[in-house]
Design a binder for this molecule. Structure first.
Ligand code: SAH
Length: 230
């Protein structure tokens, strides 16, 4: 085999999805249903999306369908599937709604949002993750608008959004995000500075009126300030 063909085959192997992976995904979706996820579209997204391909370390691929977070480089993690499913279910996304995601990371949550019909805008502050995911998502057939920047500020140029999801633990609720919601729009955000955060659902019920609901304890990497490599 020529070098070119060899490299091509290796490249393809890295990106393969198999019946075994599909079977494991079905089991993962069943597990999430047992853990309380009821939204059929969300469960179908979990069943459809090749999570292993969002994990850069091939050695971890065999664990990709366990309900656990895994490292993705830059000291960040791909969120636990239950958490991804829980946040997505909470958002109650309708077809073509504009959704802003803070913390693109691996792009897995982005793919889930796309599968349930959202038009997705996503911000990442780590350049290395941004670059990798910007290349990966279209290769897997997922089209989102990805931005390298500071999620605390949201995306004023594209606001207002129907829904906003924050996928890192925020020390406080960023006001910019609240005011980039449509009236009736919803922000789902884990809030807390220690290891654990409280998942909060905040609905903008009127121009200056927000209703907050606490949805339980979760564990995320921290939402950090500004763009950065740390
Ligand atoms: N949704 C991601 C979760 C990744 S972990 C996934 O499914 O893989 C959280 C991500 O938020 C990390 O990639 C981290 O770099 C990013 N992040 C942290 N602070 C941020 C900020 N201020 N703005 C944008 N992204 C941020």
């Amino acid at each position: 085999m020529s070098l070119f063909v060899t490299l091509f085959v290796i490249e393809r192997n890295k990106m393969t999805d198999t019946y075994r992976h599909k079977g494991l995904r079905k089991q993962l979706a069943q597990l999430l249903a047992e853990k309380g996820i009821t939204n059929a579209q969300v469960l179908l997204a979990i069943e459809n999306i090749p999570r292993h391909l969002f994990i850069p370390d091939n050695a971890l691929h065999k664990f990709a369908y366990e309900d656990k977070p895994f490292p993705i480089g830059s000291k960040q993690t791909i969120s636990q599937p239950y958490t991804v499913a829980f946040q997505t279910e909470t958002l109650e996304i309708k077809k073509r709604e504009k959704v802003l995601e803070i913390g693109t990371g691996s792009g897995y949550q982005t793919a889930v949002l796309l599968e349930v019909g959202a038009k997705v805008f996503s911000i990442e502050r780590q350049k290395a993750l941004f670059d990798r995911t910007k290349k990966l998502l279209p290769e897997l057939g997922y089209n989102a608008q990805l931005f390298y920047g500071d999620g605390y500020k949201g995306l004023p140029a594209f606001a207002p959004f129907d829904k906003i999801i924050v996928t890192a633990g925020a020390p406080f609720i960023p006001e910019d995000l609240l005011y980039q919601l449509k009236i009736g729009g919803m922000l789902v955000i884990p809030v807390g500075e220690g290891d654990d955060q409280i998942m909060k659902k905040i609905v903008r019920v009127a121009e200056n009126n927000f209703e907050t609901e606490d949805l339980g304890v979760f564990r995320f990497v921290p939402l950090l300030k500004e763009k950065g490599q740390d």
